[in-house]
Design a protein around this ligand. Structure first.
Ligand SMILES: *Cc1c(COP(=O)(O)O)cnc(C)c1O
Length: 394
C-alpha cells in the first residue's frame, strides 16, 4: 500500500471524533461558518443550488431522472420525510432491519401509521436477496422495501444490490437509508435501482450537522404531492418551493450550508465518491490490521466490514473496563464509540471524517498504550463472542 501524504491537521487541538457523525471536519469547513448569510439573498440561493447539483452529480449516469431536496434537521428528520412522502397511505412496507437504524425506521412507520412488516435479522446478520424475494412472493400487498445501506450500529455494509434485484424482480419499489454511506460508497441508479435515498450533511461528505437530503426520482417526487402527514417534513412541498423560488421553505441552517459547500468541493477534489471511499477503506484497513495485531477481533468477517465504522469485541481480560478505555483513548486525542450489541460487550471505531491512515496508526498506538495502562495483556475476546461470529457466513 503506497503512503499518501498526511492530511492537513483539521483542528486546533481537540480530539479526533472516531464516530459516525458528527465527525472531524476540516479547518476550511469550520471557517466557512464565520459569516452570516441572508436566506433570501441571491448569494445564498446560488449556494443552495450548487449543493443540490453537486449531490445529484454523485449518482453518475441516470442522475437526470432524479432531484435532490435538502431538508432541515438531523438525518432522522429526512428519513421520516422520505417515508411519509413516498409510501402511499394505503401502501405496505417491508423493513429490512439488522440494527438500531432499521428499528428506528420501524418506529417511524408506527408513528406514521403505515402498514409494514419487518425482516429482523438481529444485531448484525445481513438481510439477503433470497429472503426478500421469498417474503415478497408470500405477501403481494407489500409495495415498498426499505433497506439500510450501511447499518451504522454494527458497521455492516448491507447487500443493497441483491436486495434491489429481488425487489424489482417482484415489481416492488426500494427506498434506501444511505445516511452513513452516501458519498463514500457508490449508489449509482444505473447499477442499483431504487426510488429514493436519504443522507445528511454530517456523515461521509464531512459537513457539520444541521440538515439532511432526499434524492428521489422526479416521478416519485411528483406522485408525493399531498401525501405527507407533516407540513415541515413534506418533501414534495419543499421540492416545489425550492424549484420555484430557489429558497428553503423555512429558515435554512445557513452556516451549515456554507460549510457543506466547502466540504462538497473538497469531496470533488479528493476524487469524488471513489476517492473518498478509497481513503476510508485505507483508514479501515490500517486500523483493523493494527487492532488485530493487538489481539482485538472484529464482530464482522472481512466481506461485511464497511469502510465507515468497525465494531470490535471487548477483550475477555477482567482488567478491561470500557469506560476506562474510553477515557484513556480520549486523553490521547481519540473519541471512540460504545458498541450496540446485545449479546456481548463491544465498542466501535469510526473510519470517516478528516483523518487518514497516519492518524489511524496513531489510533492503534493509543489503543496499545491504553491496554498497557489498564494492565490488559491480551485483547482476545471471550469465547462466546467468537461463537456468535461463527453464525455469519464468510
Ligand atoms: C446517522 C444515521 C441516521 C440519522 O441519525 P441522526 O442522529 O438523526 O442524524 C440514520 N440512519 C443511519 C444509518 C445513520 O447512520
Amino acid at each position: 500500500m503506497a503512503d499518501t501524504p498526511p492530511l492537513k491537521a483539521p483542528h486546533l487541538g481537540e480530539p479526533y471524533l472516531l464516530t459516525p457523525g458528527p465527525l472531524t471536519t476540516s479547518l476550511a469547513t469550520k471557517e466557512a461558518m464565520l459569516r452570516d448569510w441572508g436566506s433570501w439573498d441571491d448569494d445564498f440561493r446560488a449556494m443552495t443550488a450548487e449543493v443540490r447539483t453537486r449531490l445529484l452529480a454523485m449518482l453518475g449516469d441516470g442522475k437526470d431522472d432524479f432531484d435532490c431536496v435538502p431538508m432541515q434537521g438531523s438525518g432522522t428528520f429526512a428519513v421520516e420525510a422520505m417515508l411519509a412522502s413516498f409510501l402511499p397511505k394505503d401502501g405496505k412496507a417491508l423493513v429490512l432491519a439488522n440494527g438500531a437504524y432499521g428499528k428506528r425506521t420501524v418506529q417511524t412507520l408506527e408513528y406514521l401509521g403505515r402498514d409494514h412488516i419487518v425482516l429482523d435479522k438481529g444485531d448484525y446478520l445481513p438481510p439477503r436477496g433470497e429472503e426478500v424475494a421469498q417474503i415478497l412472493a408470500d405477501d403481494p400487498a407489500i409495495t415498498h422495501v426499505i433497506a439500510i445501506h450501511c447499518e451504522t450500529s454494527s458497521g455492516i455494509l448491507n447487500p443493497v444490490q441483491e436486495i434491489s434485484e429481488a425487489t424489482y424482480a417482484a415489481g416492488r419499489k426500494l427506498l434506501i437509508d444511505s445516511m452513513s454511506a452516501f458519498g463514500a460508497i457508490e449508489l449509482k441508479p444505473s447499477e442499483i435501482r431504487y426510488e429514493a435515498l436519504v443522507s445528511s450533511a454530517n456523515k461521509c461528505i464531512e459537513g457539520v450537522p444541521g440538515f439532511g437530503f432526499v434524492i428521489a426520482r422526479k416521478s416519485e417526487l411528483e406522485a408525493a404531492k399531498g401525501r405527507s402527514h407533516s407540513l415541515s417534513l413534506d418533501v414534495h412541498a419543499q421540492w416545489a418551493h425550492m424549484d420555484k423560488t430557489g429558497q428553503w421553505r423555512f429558515t435554512p441552517p445557513t452556516h451549515v450550508v456554507a460549510a457543506f459547500l466547502v466540504a462538497l468541493r473538497a469531496h470533488e477534489d479528493e476524487g469524488g465518491v471513489a476517492g473518498r471511499g478509497a481513503r476510508y477503506a485505507r483508514n479501515r484497513d490500517v486500523m483493523v490490521s493494527g487492532m488485530r495485531a493487538l489481539g482485538f477481533e472484529t464482530l464482522l468477517k472481512d466481506r461485511w466490514l464497511s469502510p465507515i465504522i468497525v465494531t470490535f469485541f471487548c477483550p475477555a481480560d477482567e482488567n478491561f473496563v470500557f469506560d476506562r478505555f474510553y477515557s484513556l483513548m480520549k486523553d490521547k486525542g481519540f473519541i471512540i464509540y460504545p458498541g450496540k450489541l446485545t449479546i456481548v460487550d463491544s465498542f466501535r471505531v469510526g473510519c470517516i471524517g478528516q483523518m487518514d491512515e497516519h492518524v489511524m496508526r496513531k489510533v492503534v498506538d493509543a489503543a496499545d498504550a491504553s491496554l498497557k495502562e489498564m494492565g490488559v495483556t491480551d485483547a482476545t475476546p471471550p469465547a462466546i463472542a467468537l461463537e456468535e461470529r461463527a453464525k455469519l457466513a464468510a
